[in-house]
Design a protein around this ligand. Structure first.
Ligand SMILES: *Cc1c(COP(=O)(O)O)cnc(C)c1O
Length: 378
């Protein structure tokens, strides 16, 4: 089966894991610190905090900003549910904002403006599919309203601009992301004081970690805030260091595959449209396409599956999930809903060859063209 995404793991990762096991220091030690320094450097930041997931990263950012009950946070609905869940964790209210258009499925500025109230405190921008939101536009808007910008950068690691939009950015190293530590995440924050708060809240609110106490030989620590256990361990960090060294090359392979997909799909299957038609900085996390309205998506999914090609949907809108329907009934985001109904995510990962891309396009062309004929016959 050709999967939508597949991690690249091999001998270097095994060697890194073996080294950690031999060292018998298992968590929050040298590997985590090295990983934090390297990840920060790649993004032009002074420092970052490695955590257990992107979800934890988002929670820690909102927590450190003091966002809580009575506050509202603007979020897209075309995202993974964790983006909105993190707002609920701190007791605040996620307010869903529609996308700009089917061609530009990022949060709409006009819609964000319309959903702003005196209670709005922050915006979580998602760089959907790896394509970056317009930084200047959002910064101007955030400044004029006194809002914090938080980046959910789960789709966009490795781009230098990421982490410079606003107060902080959250990254994911889950197994299907551009680089992986199996589970894992990181926070980049501009303000060292905010990052310090996040670092402390990651480890129960303790003033020092176990490794620091070992080195300074002072067994004392204090707890000065209610924190969490969102630590990263040494094995994940060691794997992360190996993965990080490949990230730029992998993102470049993704870019080349996307260029090929766009060219072949336009030639073989012009009824399919591909979002982000205009050039835009991207980490090319996934390959979303929009099926023509006459196509039955389930038929296309089944036909591709029969040929050994997995497809997925990014995303079933969060505001349509039972939990969120119950929390905010009556939310209607027409552009997000239309996009999500026609969207299909096709395989994209750096181990694919151009021959594999061609095979996916051929299978898609057959599936979609047979829908067109069925439509005509009906
Ligand atoms: C994967 C993902 C997350 C959650 O990441 P975890 O590391 O699994 O917590 C959050 N937001 C987006 C947009 C994602 O794609």
């Amino acid at each position: 089966m050709l999967l939508v995404s597949a991690p690249i793991l091999g001998i270097p990762e095994k060697a890194a894991l073996a080294k950690v096991i031999d060292s018998s220091w298992l968590t929050m030690g040298e590997q985590v610190r090295l990983f934090e320094e390297s990840f920060a450097r790649m993004h032009g930041a002074d420092d970052c905090v490695a955590v257990s997931s992107c979800t934890a990263a988002l929670h820690l950012i909102l927590h450190a900003l003091g966002i809580g009950p009575g506050d509202e946070v603007l979020v897209p609905s075309l995202t993974f549910v964790a983006t909105a869940n993190s707002v609920l964790y701190v007791g605040a209210t996620p307010v869903f904002v529609d996308i700009e258009s089917a061609d530009l499925p990022l949060m709409s500025l006009a819609e964000a403006e319309a959903r702003c109230t005196p209670r709005t405190k922050a915006i979580i921008l998602v760089h959907f599919a790896g394509y970056l939101a317009n930084r200047e536009q959002w910064q101007r808007f955030a400044r004029s309203r006194g809002l914090h910008i938080i980046e959910d950068a789960a789709h966009a690691p490795g781009l230098r601009e990421v982490g410079t939009f606003g107060v902080a950015a959250a990254f994911s190293f889950y197994g299907n992301k551009n680089m992986t530590t199996a589970e894992g995440g990181a926070v980049i924050a501009q303000d060292p004081e905010l990052l310090g708060k996040i670092r402390q809240a990651r480890g129960h609110g303790m003033t020092t970690g176990t490794h620091q106490r070992l080195n300074s030989r002072t067994p004392q620590y204090d707890v000065t805030m209610l924190g969490f256990n969102y630590r990263m361990d040494e094995m994940r960090a060691a794997v992360g260091l190996v993965q990080l060294a490949n990230l730029h090359e992998w993102n470049e392979v993704r870019r080349i595959l996307v260029v090929l997909y766009r060219r072949l799909l336009a030639a073989r299957c012009p009824a399919i449209t591909i979002p982000f038609s205009e050039a835009r900085r991207s980490a090319y996390h996934i390959m979303p396409i929009l099926l023509p309205r006459y196509a039955d998506r389930q038929d296309v999914i089944d036909e591709l599956r029969n040929q050994g090609i997995q497809t997925t949907i990014h995303y079933p809108p969060v505001h349509r999930m039972t939990l969120y329907r119950e929390l905010s009934p009556g939310t209607h985001l027409p552009r997000t809903e239309d996009f999500a109904q026609r969207e299909l995510t096709i395989p994209l990962h750096p181990q694919m060859t151009s021959a594999v891309v061609e095979a996916v396009v051929e299978a898609l062309a057959t599936a979609v063209n047979s829908c067109a004929q069925a439509g005509t016959a009906a």
